[in-house]
Structures are given as structure tokens and as C-alpha cells.
Design a protein around this ligand. Structure first.
Ligand SMILES: NC(=O)c1ccc[n+]([C@@H]2O[C@H](COP(=O)([O-])OP(=O)(O)OC[C@H]3O[C@@H](n4cnc5c(N)ncnc54)[C@H](O)[C@@H]3O)[C@@H](O)[C@H]2O)c1
Ligand SMILES: O=C(O)[C@H](O)COP(=O)(O)O
Length: 621
């Protein structure tokens, strides 16, 4: 749709509507259960991902085409489609089927996944599927959620997900015990040569002397990564009579103390432990953290269990350490490349026992993970805040609920402000001023900032902005956002008194929207849960932000409201709100007129022709 303004040569310019049709999001019924969140608020989370990759460039409102405004709609009764790319427990599938069309397609090649993904709103994977940048690009903006049915998200390109506005959620708790139990199973099996002895006996041999093991009781085990799995392993190892030490730079000491575990440095852990059990995530910092240098520091004859990620070990260095006897044995569930090559020296080493990434593979854990991820994905598709989101800010549900009307106000103010820009130089800065009786710690503005960003960026670009990518998108477009809080003496019951949006370094289509400092300035408040516009430039107005808006600057004189009102009435355009702000009687005035319908070109032209009207602009909210 077009935003219009007077120009020096032409009082009213009407550009042809060029509405983008944005695919509908979800059935209306899907929204109704959202803790009374509004459709607009929901669109923050569901807002379609970017359709095009972003390139760093100054943020430049388009001058060559009409400003496009699209209101997120919650129409159509089509269900979202969820692609389940790896085997998922039945209970999770049932939950998904209750809400969406479920396509279970396992063992897809990278090409097949890319070919399918543009037809899917959500994708669920385990560790066997690489969700690469190519997948997000191939999704062409449709993919809204990736659910990782498990903990490790190292197989998902999080940066690409964020850039495409796609939420990534995981299921971080349901397989913890399974992974810890598997680590203990490998610990005991390795210490007593269970796998080798089993193979030997099945091969017809009886080698009792060859398979003498080592005892666990009284030995020291170093747990590296004292998180969910690591601490459960520590608890169980204590039950086996082992002395447990742990290294984790980020673990709270009191949690370790509570289960009788001593937190030590990395070097101390690896140099004193008889057994090392690895439970850290694979990150750039932990990649190949077990290498030539660290093996050299280990106690000779150490035994290593890895149920975390293969990539934390330099596998070639481990083979050498095994050959040299520095490492007596290793028990591995995970590998740098999965499945590992058939001729892998590590897998075939006689002092190594292996399992094919079975840590999470118990019946109980898989049912739990399936439910955990299905709930997270369905919730995310409904627009609810995901407790297990790994690439979006966590905003507590109470905060969302309380801020709901302000979230709508924020987006509308952003939309209004950007439609007032005349273009040309690009917007350098976006400043948001919050007036609130609450202390800074009591007011979480992340949602509001994201929505203002959405309001400013979406009408003038092909970007789809949501809470996942709002800050990233603004940064990519060179839009600098600053926030200021002004304290207000009122009651802190309401989170905010007002929100003001200022756009700096711009010319305006409607000169009266400029403040004394030359910024476009609009301010709004929430009254009876409805967002209202209360300030334009230096003019106080009061118009509810519903439908569309016409701003007229005119000489304050009798009959103005009647004249403009009659023009609108002639064209059957219903006025839902009208407010006049003025500098003084018979001086300059602004009429802010809320209209339900969009006036046609002729109607707007007639308004522009009213003699006392000096400038006007039509804005679509
Ligand atoms: N084999 C399997 O099937 C299986 C199953 C579950 C989990 N896992 C893997 O196990 C690992 C742990 O999972 P979790 O659920 O306990 O995760 P978690 O996030 O609860 O714990 C990871 C811990 O590692 C710590 N850490 C980070 N960097 C570290 C470093 N440089 N040195 C030491 N500690 C560091 C973190 O502080 C955290 O406490 C992950 O890699 C996960 O992918 C594997
Ligand atoms: O990170 C995890 O949760 C585990 O490695 C389990 O992976 P999986 O779902 O592929 O078994």
C-alpha cells in the first residue's frame, strides 16, 4: 500500500498500491490459546523469516517504490507442515499430528532436504542431520522453527538460522539420565573388557588371563564438563566408590560441593585422574581440546570415556596416545565424523570400545525427547515463547503478557515513523524513549525494541523481522538503535507511561512530524488496552492506532473538521477517531484522523485541495 504526502510541486501524490501478499501464518483458532496474546503480538514470534539474504549497507528507505505495508494476518485454515527428518518417538509424533501435517522422511540426502524444506514450517532433527546455511536458504523464508530432538545443537548452523529469523529449539533435559547411564555403562565395560571378552568368547576362545580388568573403587575420575550429564555421572561414580573431581569453568562451586565433588583446573583434572569422562559441548573453545599436548599431561595409563562429542578429541592424537600407552583404553560413543570411516584406526584399535552414538538411545529417553521437542515446536509455531530456544532472547511469559498492548503500540509507532520519512539520505539513528514509573530492572524492553525494529524495517524492505533476528537485521542494515528511559512519578502498576520513537537524519514527508531538533518524532500511550498516538512532532494529539491514519496540517479555523469529514463521508470512508492538536487558537493545527477504510486517490486529492490544508499524509498502520 502506498504512503502519500504532499510534495512542493504536487499537494497530494497518490502512488499505486503494491501490496505484498505475505503468506498467512496460522489458523485463527491456533492463536486463541495463547495466554490471551494478541494476533499482532503473536506475529512477533511468527513473523516470517527473511526472504532474501541481508547485505551490510546503510539503512535506506526506498524512494523509488511505494512504501509497502502489510499487516500480519492469521487467516486460512491450512495447518503448518512439520518435517521430521529423523526417527522420533510416537508420543511426540502424535502431539505434532494434533496440530500440523507431519511428514516423516528419514535418511534424506542434503539435496533432498533442501528440495523439501521450502514446503515446511518446521523441521525436527536429531544429531544425524546437518542443518546448514544452504537448508535455511533453500527454505525461501518458510521455515520458522528447527527443533533439535536432543541436546547438542552443533549440527545446526545457528548463525544462519538467526539471520533467517528461524527459531531453534532443543530438548535439553529428557536424555540426560540416558547419557549419564551410558557413560557409566562404558566406564564399567571398558574397565572389565566386556566388549573384547564377549567377542573373544563368541569367536570360540576362553581367554580368562587376557581380560583381567581394573577396579573402579577408590580410583579418581575426572568429569570434564559438569553440566546436566556430567553431574549425573559424578553422582553415579560416587555411588561406585570413586573419588570424583570435575573441571568446568562455568559450573557453580556450590552445586559441585553439594554432591561432594571437587572443582579443579583442567590441567589438574587431566593429570591426576585415572579415568576421564567427557561431558562438555562441542564449541570453538572445546574443539580438539584433547590433543597431543593434553595427552602428554595425562597420568600414564589413563582411561577415557567420551559420550559428549567426537570433535572435542583430536582422534589422530588419541590413536598415538593409545599406541604409546599414555592412554590405556578409550570408550567412545561419539566421533568427529559419524558414522566414522570403516577403516578408522581409532574404532578398530584393540584398546578401544565403541558404540554408535547411543547415549540418548533408551526407550524412555526417546519418548521423553520426542514429547519435549514436539511441545517446543508446536509452542513456537503458535507464537509462544520457547523456554528452550537457543537463538532468541528468553522473555518470561508474564512479561510478554503484561507488555502485550505496548508491543502492539511499539510496532505501530515504528510503522508510522518510517512512513513519514521522505527518503534520500538513509536513516542513521532510531532512538526509543520509554517513560516509566518502574526501575530499569523492572522493565524488559527487548520485545518492544524488536517490535519497533519490525515496524520500521518491514514496510520498506523484503525483510521479515521477528524477535529472533530483529537486532541482527537492524545491524545489517546499519540502523543504529538507542534506548533511553525517563522516570515518571506515576504508579509503577503499568509498565510504561509512553513510548516515543525518533528517527534522526531524515527528511519528512510531513514537516509537522519533525521535532525542534529535526528528528521525526511520534509518541504513543496505551489507554484501556488500546494503543493511542499522542504526539506527532511537537503537536499533541490523541487518536487510537486502529485502521489507517490521515494527518493534515492546516490553519486552525472553523469548519475544517466538517470539510474534511464531508469529503471522507462522500466516499463512504468511516472516521473512527479524530483529534486536533494546535499551537494556539487560529494558529497552526494538526488533525489526526483515524479511518477504517483506505480513501481512494480522488478522495485524498480533494482533501489536499482544501485551501486551509497546508500538508497532509495518509498512513497505513
Ligand atoms: N552421546 C549422546 O547421545 C549424548 C546425549 C546427551 C548429551 N550429549 C552431549 O553431552 C554434552 C553435555 O550435555 P549436557 O546436557 O550435560 O549439557 P550441559 O550444557 O548441561 O553441560 C555442559 C557443561 O559443559 C561446560 N563446559 C563448557 N565449556 C567447557 C570447557 N571448556 N571445559 C569444561 N566444561 C565446559 C558447561 O559449563 C556446562 O556446564 C553435550 O556435548 C551433549 O551434546 C551426548
Ligand atoms: O546431543 C544429544 O542430545 C545427543 O548427542 C543425542 O543425539 P541423538 O538425538 O542423535 O541421539
Amino acid at each position: 500500500m502506498a504512503a502519500m504526502a504532499t510534495t512542493p510541486s504536487m499537494k497530494a501524490a497518490v502512488s499505486a498500491p503494491t501490496a505484498r501478499s505475505r503468506p498467512s501464518l496460522l489458523p485463527v483458532s491456533s492463536y486463541t490459546s495463547l495466554r490471551s496474546l494478541s494476533t499482532r503480538q503473536v506475529s512477533l514470534f511468527l513473523g516470517r523469516p527473511l526472504r532474501q539474504p541481508l547485505h551490510p549497507k546503510p539503512f535506506q528507505p526506498s524512494t523509488s517504490r511505494s512504501v509497502q505495508i502489510v499487516t500480519a494476518t492469521a487467516a486460512t485454515d491450512s495447518k503448518p507442515t512439520v518435517l521430521v527428518a529423523e526417527k522420533l518417538g510416537e508420543a511426540g509424533l502424535a502431539l505434532l499430528r494434533g496440530f500440523s501435517n507431519v511428514d516423516c522422511s528419514y535418511n534424506l540426502s542434503a539435496e533432498e532436504l533442501c528440495a523439501k524444506i521450502s514446503l515446511c514450517d518446521a523441521l525436527i532433527v536429531r544429531s544425524g542431520t546437518k542443518v546448514t546455511r544452504e537448508v535455511f536458504e533453500a527454505a525461501k523464508g518458510r521455515l520458522r522453527v528447527v527443533g533439535r530432538a536432543g541436546v547438542g545443537i552443533d549440527n545446526v548452523d545457528l548463525q544462519a538460522a538467526t539471520e533467517h529469523g528461524c527459531l531453534v529449539v532443543n530438548a535439553p533435559t529428557a536424555n540426560t539420565i540416558a547419557a549419564a547411564e551410558h557413560a557409566i555403562a562404558l566406564l564399567a565395560a571398558m574397565a572389565r573388557n566386556v566388549a573384547q571378552a564377549d567377542a573373544s568368547l563368541k569367536a570360540g576362545k576362553w581367554q580368562r588371563n587376557k581380560y583381567v580388568g581394573v577396579s573402579l573403587v577408590g580410583k579418581t575420575i575426572g568429569v570434564l564438563g559438569f553440566g546436566k550429564v556430567g553431574s549425573e555421572v559424578a553422582r553415579r561414580a560416587k555411588g561406585l566408590g570413586m573419588h570424583v573431581i570435575a573441571h568446568d569453568p562455568y559450573a557453580p562451586a556450590d552445586r559441585a560441593r553439594a554432591i561432594g565433588v571437587e572443582l579443579v583446573s583442567f590441567d589438574e583434572a587431566i593429570s591426576t585422574a585415572d579415568f576421564l569422562s567427557l561431558h562438555m559441548p562441542l564449541t570453538p573453545a572445546t574443539s580438539k581440546i584433547f590433543n597431543e599436548e593434553s595427552f602428554a599431561k595425562m597420568k600414564k595409563g589413563v582411561r577415557i570415556i567420551n559420550v559428549a562429542r567426537g570433535g572435542v578429541i583430536d582422534e589422530d592424537a588419541l590413536v598415538r596416545a593409545l599406541d604409546d600407552g599414555i592412554v590405556a583404553q578409550a570408550a567412545l560413543d561419539v566421533f568427529t565424523v559419524e558414522p566414522p570411516p570403516k577403516d578408522s584406526k581409532l574404532v578398530l584399535h584393540e584398546n578401544v570400545i565403541v558404540t554408535p552414538h547411543l547415549g540418548a538411545s533408551t526407550v524412555e529417553a526417546q519418548e521423553g525427547v520426542a514429547i519435549e521437542i514436539a511441545e517446543a515446536v508446536v509452542g513456537a509455531l503458535k507464537g509462544e515463547l520457547a523456554a528452550t530456544a537457543v537463538n532468541a532472547p528468553m522473555v518470561p511469559a508474564e512479561v510478554v503478557s503484561e507488555l502485550a498492548p505496548y508491543v502492539i503500540l511499539a510496532e505501530k509507532l515504528g510503522r508510522l515513523a518510517v512512513q513519514l520519512v521522505a527518503g534520500g539520505q538513509g536513516i542513521k539513528g532510531l532512538k526509543v524513549v520509554y517513560t516509566s514509573a518502574r526501575g530499569p530492572d523492572d522493565l524488559d524492553t527487548r520485545l518492544l525494541r524488536a517490535m519497533i525494529t519490525k515496524g520500521v524495517i518491514e514496510p520498506i524492505s523484503s525483510a521479515y523481522v521477528n524477535i529472533v533476528n530483529a537486532d541482527f537485521t537492524a545491524k545489517q542494515r546499519g540502523l543504529r538503535i538507542s534506548e533511553e528511559r525517563i522516570s515518571h512519578d506515576g504508579s509503577p502498576e503499568a509498565p510504561l507511561e509512553s513510548i516515543q520513537v525518533q528517527l534522526s537524519n531524515v527528511e519528512s514527508k510531513f514537516a509537522s512530524a519533525l521535532s525542534e531538533s529535526g528528528d521525526i518524532r511520534v509518541e504513543g500511550r496505551v489507554k484501556d488496552s488500546i494503543p493511542h498516538l499522542t504526539l506527532v512532532g511537537s503537536f499533541s494529539v490523541d487518536v487510537s492506532l486502529e485502521g489507517n491514519l490521515i494527518f493534515c496540517r492546516n490553519i486552525d479555523q472553523p469548519g475544517m473538521i466538517g470539510q474534511v469529514g464531508s469529503i471522507l463521508a462522500e466516499k463512504n470512508v468511516n472516521v473512527n477517531f479524530m483529534s486536533v492538536g494546535r499551537t494556539g487558537p487560529r494558529e497552526q493545527a494538526i488533525m489526526a484522523i483515524g479511518v477504517d477504510e483506505e480513501p481512494d486517490k480522488e478522495c485524498l486529492k480533494k482533501i489536499g485541495e482544501v485551501t486551509a490544508v497546508e500538508e497532509f499524509v495518509f498512513l497505513k498502520l
